[in-house]
Design a protein around this ligand. Structure first.
Ligand code: ZN
Length: 113
């Protein structure tokens, strides 16, 4: 068990975020963590907005999955460790997105693909 990170804080943020995702499928506001969320701005009324909405829904579903995994890992005492290499994930990284499951090194490797 790690004693360096504030598990209660992260658990609360994860549960709150999960509630947001499952409660209001009307207003999905994905975290800006992936390349999809950083696409160019699309003018209102454009046909592409539907695709954006679908992309946002997909992103939200992925995030929901990540959050559930993170909460499960929290119960197992594995939270805060990279799912790929078992290294501790920097707390600053978890504060940006508590559902993150990989360390910065593995995330960089994944981005390169
Ligand atoms: Zn790693």
């Amino acid at each position: 068990m790690s004693d360096s990170i504030d598990l209660e804080y992260f658990k609360k943020s994860l549960e709150q975020r999960l509630k947001e995702l499952t409660d209001g499928h009307k207003e999905i506001r994905p975290l800006d963590t992936g390349p999809v969320a950083r696409g160019p701005a699309i003018p209102h009324g454009c046909h592409a907005t539907q695709a954006i909405t679908q992309a946002a829904a997909r992103l939200a579903a992925m995030e929901e999955q990540r959050i559930r995994t993170a909460l499960k890992r929290m119960d197992a005492g594995d939270y805060g460790y990279c799912i790929h290499c078992d290294e501790a994930i920097a707390e600053g990284r978890l504060r940006v997105d508590p559902s993150i499951l990989t360390c910065i090194a593995c995330a960089r490797n994944a981005d390169k693909r």
